[in-house]
Ligand binder design. Sequence first.
Ligand code: TXA
Ligand code: MG
Length: 346
Amino acid sequence: MRTEVLSDTDINIQKAAGIIKAGGLAAFPTETVYGLGANALDGAAVEKIFLAKGRPNDNPLIVHVADIEGVCFVAGDIPAAVTKLMKTLGGAPLTYVLKKKPCVPYAVTAGLDTVAVRIPAHGTALKLIRAAGVPVAAPSANRSGRPSPTTARHVFDDLSGRIPIIIDGGATAFGVESTVVDFTGEQAVILRPGGFSRERLEELMGQKVYYLKKTDKNEGGAQRSPGLKYKHYSPSCKIAVVRNDGGIQENLINLYDFYVQNKCRPVIICQTGYLQALGGRTSASLGGSAEEAARSLFRIFRELEGSHGVMICHLLPDEGIGRAFNDRLLRAASNGPDTPPRSDEK
Ligand code: TXA
Ligand code: MG
């Protein structure tokens, strides 16, 4: 299959919408990362997403809709506080896990009775959903396990030949995925930190919001956030993580020098404040703010993975979007239980 990459004109968006309506796949930009969309009401179309990505089929998908009516079409028993939140926010990098309605096939929810729904805050994504006239199931448009795509080029690199069309809307604004929040219980629980901060959610809801504990399960023992058990976001080289507890500069330098001695072709990935102290050591900048760091992380992974044996990167303060950055960095650096240790590791 030839993969077309088309600019985000109305005609091209119509073309992608037509493909989705007809049961095919189309990749498109959102404000977080690029998504790989299919008609969420069509189980056979949704199966194609899992095939194209090589995604384990016990990892459910997010359903994208254009407005609150769209949310109500796929989800029921929506708490009043959530409706209020949606009315205040409109589109946002926030995904609501709610009770699923029967029209959503279990292929989308991986057998769960809940559905994850998001209204994106991106003109192209909204136009596409409206033109398709159906809710659009869309995971990030990368091969499973790879860093999420923040440009159309990244999507092409991972999925060329496997999908018919990519709508190019330029680089995405957030660079990390949406915050996934479970609203089906007494308390809102963040299953995956992302572009929408816990602090902002607490402020808007007027209550404490908790992060899912790694050990949390549903009553039947099911994983509450199936995606979390898989290794994710990983570039093809090793990642070494430096803690955010003082001495970041020294730790970056010590690790770098150690890896040079061991002929591992290291590169330091750090915020601009640390760059000057690195001397001539090879480095890439995460910019000055946590927002810039989140926006750049996956792009830097992809740009540098081919030319380095190890990327050395430091954590950020664990607040705001820094929490999502840290989550992605730590998960990229770890081996999930589904993947064997890499051949270059003992
Ligand atoms: O920003 C984003 O969220 C992007 C763009 C394209 O919208 N999408 C995205 O999708 O990151 P994906 O498939 O890469 O991640 C979806 C996450 C996974 O961790 C999955 O386990 C979780 O959402 N999820 C989906 N449905 C769920 C459900 N019913 N209950 C709990 N977690 C769910
Ligand atoms: Mg993903």
